[in-house]
Ligand binder design. Structure first.
Ligand SMILES: Nc1ncnc2c1ncn2[C@@H]1O[C@H](COP(=O)(O)OP(=O)(O)O)[C@@H](O)[C@H]1O
Ligand SMILES: [Mg+2]
Length: 243
C-alpha cells in the first residue's frame, strides 16, 4: 500500500538554531487516523507545517501523495461571511461550477449538522459550531489528507466529545487520512487507529500505540476498562517523555 504521507529522517532546526525536530520517520496510510501527543513545545506544530509543505525541513525528506487540508484550533472564519459563504470560499478559488458548489456545500453542511445555520455569520455561532464550519470548509475540498492542529482544544468537554464522535463518523464515510495533534490522550485514543507519543524538544517519536477498537465506536467506549487501560499506558509513556 502506498502511503499518502511519508517522513524520512526529517529533522528541523530554525534559523535562530532552535532544534525543533530530531530524526522523525512517519508513514500515514490511506484512510488511516493517526494522532500525535507530546509535551508543549516539543515540535508538533512544526511537524504539521512540514507535512503541509508550508515549511521545508532542514534535513530529510517528505513525500506527499494527495491533496491536503489544514484545520486549526482558531477556526479562521471570515467574520462578514455567512457559514455557507465561508465554506464556498475554498471552492471559489478553485473555480467550481455554481450548481456544483451548492450541491457540495449542502452535502458537507449535512455531514457536520450545520444545515440549519447556513445563513448565520460567525459571531452568531458557538465555539463548537465555528469548529464545525471550519471542518466543513476543509471537507468540501475532498482532500486525501487532513492535518489537525489541536482543533478542539478551546471547546468545553461536552462539545469536544460530541465533535469527536461526529468526526469519527464523518471520516468513516470518506476515505481521507488524518494526522491529528492533540493534548488530550482520551481524544487521541477515541479517534485514532494509531497514537504516536513524542519526546520533549527536539521532538521525535518514542512510542507507538495501536488502537484496536475497530471503526465503529460508540460514546460508551470511553467508559470501558479497555479504554482506561490504553489511555493509562499512553499517559505513562507521555509522563516518561516529559521527564
Ligand atoms: N519560527 C520559529 N523560530 C524559532 N523557533 C521556533 C519557531 N517556531 C517554533 N519555534 C520553537 O520550536 C519549538 C517547537 O515549536 P512547536 O512546533 O510550535 O511546538 P508544539 O506545537 O509541540 O507546542 C518550540 O520551542 C518553539 O518555541
Ligand atoms: Mg503547537
Amino acid at each position: 500500500m502506498t502511503s499518502v504521507l511519508e517522513f524520512i529522517d526529517v529533522r528541523h532546526q530554525f534559523a535562530d538554531s532552535t532544534q525543533a525536530l530530531d530524526i522523525t520517520n512517519l508513514q500515514l496510510n490511506p484512510g488511516e487516523f493517526v494522532s500525535i501527543v507530546g509535551p508543549s513545545g516539543c515540535g508538533k506544530s512544526t511537524l504539521l507545517r512540514i507535512a503541509s509543505g508550508l515549511l521545508a525541513p532542514s534535513s530529510g525528506s517528505v513525500i506527499r501523495n494527495g491533496s491536503l487540508q489544514f484545520v486549526f484550533q482558531d477556526s479562521t472564519l471570515l467574520p462578514w461571511r455567512t457559514v455557507r459563504k465561508n465554506i464556498a470560499l475554498n471552492l471559489e478559488l478553485d473555480d467550481v461550477d455554481k450548481q456544483e458548489v451548492d450541491r457540495r456545500i449542502d452535502n458537507v453542511l449535512q455531514l457536520v449538522s450545520m444545515q440549519d445555520s447556513a445563513e448565520k455569520i460567525p459571531r452568531q455561532l458557538s465555539g463548537g459550531m465555528k469548529m464545525r464550519t471550519s471542518l466543513a470548509r476543509a471537507l468540501v475540498c475532498e482532500p486525501d489528507i487532513f492535518l489537525f492542529d489541536e482543533p478542539f482544544s478551546a471547546l468545553d468537554e461536552f462539545s469536544r466529545e460530541r465533535l469527536n464522535s461526529d468526526l469519527r463518523s464523518i471520516l468513516a464515510r470518506i476515505n481521507a487520512a488524518s494526522l491529528f495533534v492533540t493534548h488530550s490522550i482520551s481524544e487521541a485514543v477515541f479517534l485514532s487507529d494509531r497514537v504516536l507519543v513524542m519526546s520533549p524538544r527536539p521532538g521525535h517519536f518514542i512510542e507507538e500505540f495501536i488502537i484496536p477498537f475497530g471503526s465503529l465506536r460508540s460514546d460508551e467506549l470511553r467508559y470501558t476498562p479497555e479504554f482506561a487501560s490504553l489511555t493509562g499506558r499512553i499517559a505513562a509513556a507521555f509522563r516518561g517523555a516529559r521527564q
